[in-house]
Design a protein around this ligand. Structure first.
Ligand SMILES: Cc1cc2nc3c(=O)[nH]c(=O)nc-3n(C[C@H](O)[C@H](O)[C@H](O)COP(=O)(O)OP(=O)(O)OC[C@H]3O[C@@H](n4cnc5c(N)ncnc54)[C@H](O)[C@@H]3O)c2cc1C
Length: 491
């Protein structure tokens, strides 16, 4: 169910290696795709070759995202090098320069294994490779606990998706990826023709260690500067253990308070596949002494009581599995979930009805981007996004609701949220970006009464009630000062 044959011809008889084209699961542990490539290599007695490319020419290519990926490449180079697996980290110097590299390597491959993903430009890229490579191409789905192919139904409410998960997950939890798919690797280092390496030079170890000078030469957006958070599988796994050891216990009670910063902080690592949902579940299971046998009976979509773990762990899993995977479901099975027309009819109707309601302010995109709105709390959240590439989870919802309030229409608000989030958030361009942003405009939600100006029956959120309900004094102190952002980003 996790293997999709993009090109189903048999493996090439005379070949030099098995090629793993690492494009979404950018890690070496708990990866179904790497495991599949290793299994093929073992069966054919051929060395494994790993190509990890990073393109320059996609929308939103920027320093902070590039750095996060390159820091991951540094980890891959160290780990695969130590295991004797040949690894090719390719950072494209200009848009289009990498064209032909995959095909040149595939010419000598028995087959190509890659990551399946419904995210961003990846489906188009995989489909194009399937048309061009002329060899077997397998795309392996390691996105969620639920395989994407387990259903083609599109879920419109978390409750019904949760009910579906509760019934179907047990069989999928029996087939988890090997924690270390490369354990005992002895197939040697693949040989790559010199001409290929001359035409497409790989990133050097020094560039992976310190990507700054390399980033400066790339024709990408330099305004979203590198963030303090380090990328890579190693940093992701350290974040996970710190969260399990020190953060999880207070997750359920403190997560909404900006001053507590009690989220796991794992979303950028999940986005780039540097940690996996299976790896996180494995860590949780060890901590909680949990096995799939601990699962309770389906709870008809109720949030508590299914996993058989402590309440904090169950709350965390509901975000990680229900909410993360409902977004994957939409991206995989709903045409264009990022478009305004894909929103529920009731939400579009209520926004249309209130489109002419006077707004207290209309704020243009440049002012929003520069954190110059009339609302200090919103500005603080936007500054956190500009400087750190993230917004505290609760404030992210408020951030979206205020953008709607300050835009001329729902469609304009959607476009602005996508631009701001995808340009600046390290975890942006994700299925969760689309689901979170469209949630602001009614997806996965219901109509709320009484009907109000501007929002109609969309759920409202206000800065005043947020300030009343949540602890955020330290947050405002930290992100309240204007100059930090203006000088650091030269906006
Ligand atoms: C307007 C808006 C935009 C958003 N944009 C993004 C985005 O670009 N990328 C992104 O990953 N998430 C996005 N989210 C969802 C959510 O805010 C983040 O996933 C979460 O804040 C990440 O912090 P964390 O890793 O500490 O989460 P934790 O609370 O520790 O949760 C663990 C994991 O569960 C998943 N998760 C948590 N909350 C949600 C949620 N509400 N919806 C879907 N999955 C969730 C994430 O993968 C997260 O890493 C957005 C939400 C909104 C309202």
């Amino acid at each position: 169910m996790r293997v999709r044959l993009v090109d189903d011809r048999p493996p090439r008889a005379s070949a030099s290696y098995v090629l793993y084209w690492m494009i979404a699961a950018r890690r070496t542990r708990a990866s179904f795709a790497l495991q599949r490539a290793r299994e093929w290599a073992q069966a054919l007695r051929l060395p494994l070759l790993v190509l990890e490319p990073l393109r320059a020419g996609y929308r939103w290519a920027a320093d902070r995202h590039h750095a996060f990926v390159i820091q991951g490449m540094h980890d891959q180079a160290a780990r695969l090098g130590a295991l004797g697996v040949r690894y090719l980290p390719y950072v494209e110097p200009e848009p289009g320069a990498g064209q032909g590299l995959l095909a040149a390597l595939a010419e000598r491959a028995a087959l190509v294994v890659t990551d399946d993903s419904p995210m961003f430009f990846l489906p188009r890229m995989i489909a194009a490779a399937g048309r061009r490579l002329g060899c077997r191409l397998e795309a392996i789905d390691g996105n969620g606990l639920l395989p994407l192919a387990a259903t083609d139904r599109v879920f419109t409410r978390a409750h019904s998706f949760r009910a579906f998960l509760q019934k179907t997950l047990p069989e999928h939890l029996e087939r988890v990826p090997a924690p270390d798919p490369l354990a005992g690797y002895e197939l040697g280092a693949a040989k790559v023709p010199r001409a290929v390496l001359e035409r497409w030079p790989m990133a050097r170890a020094s560039q992976l260690r310190d990507p700054g000078p390399l980033l400066a030469t790339l024709p990408i957006d330099h305004a979203p500067a590198v963030v303090p958070l380090r990328g890579g599988e190693g940093a992701g796994l350290r974040r996970l253990s710190a969260f399990l050891d020190e953060g999880l216990d207070r997750y359920a009670t403190a997560r909404n308070h900006p001053d507590e910063d009690a989220g796991s902080g794992l979303s950028p690592y999940l986005h780039f596949g540097q940690v996996s949902v299976h790896g996180i579940l494995h860590g949780l299971a060890q901590r909680e002494g949990w096995t799939p046998a601990s699962l309770g009976p389906p709870q008809g979509g109720a949030r508590e009581g299914y996993w058989g773990m402590e309440p904090a762990a169950e709350a965390f899993l509901d975000e990680l599995v229900t909410w993360r995977e409902i977004g994957l479901n939409a991206c995989a099975h709903q045409p264009h979930p990022e478009r305004f027309e894909s929103l529920p009819a009731w939400a579009r109707a209520t926004m249309a009805k209130h489109e002419r309601d006077p707004r207290p302010y209309l704020v243009d995109l440049d002012a929003l981007q520069a954190a110059r709105s009339p609302d200090p709390l919103w500005n603080a959240a936007q500054r956190q996004l500009l400087v750190e590439g993230r917004i505290h989870n609760y404030l992210r919802m408020l951030w979206g609701k205020k953008i709607y309030e300050w835009s001329a229409s729902g469609a304009e608000a959607l476009e602005r949220m996508l631009v701001l989030n995808d340009r600046w958030a390290v975890d942006g361009r994700d299925p969760n970006s689309t689901s979170g942003i469209t949630w602001v405009l009614g997806r996965y939600d219901r109509a709320w009464g009484p009907e109000r100006p501007i929002f109609g029956t969309l759920r409202t959120m206000t800065s005043e009630s947020t300030r009343r309900k949540l602890r955020l004094r330290a947050y405002l102190e930290r992100y309240g000062a204007d100059q930090t952002v203006q000088t650091r980003l030269a906006l």
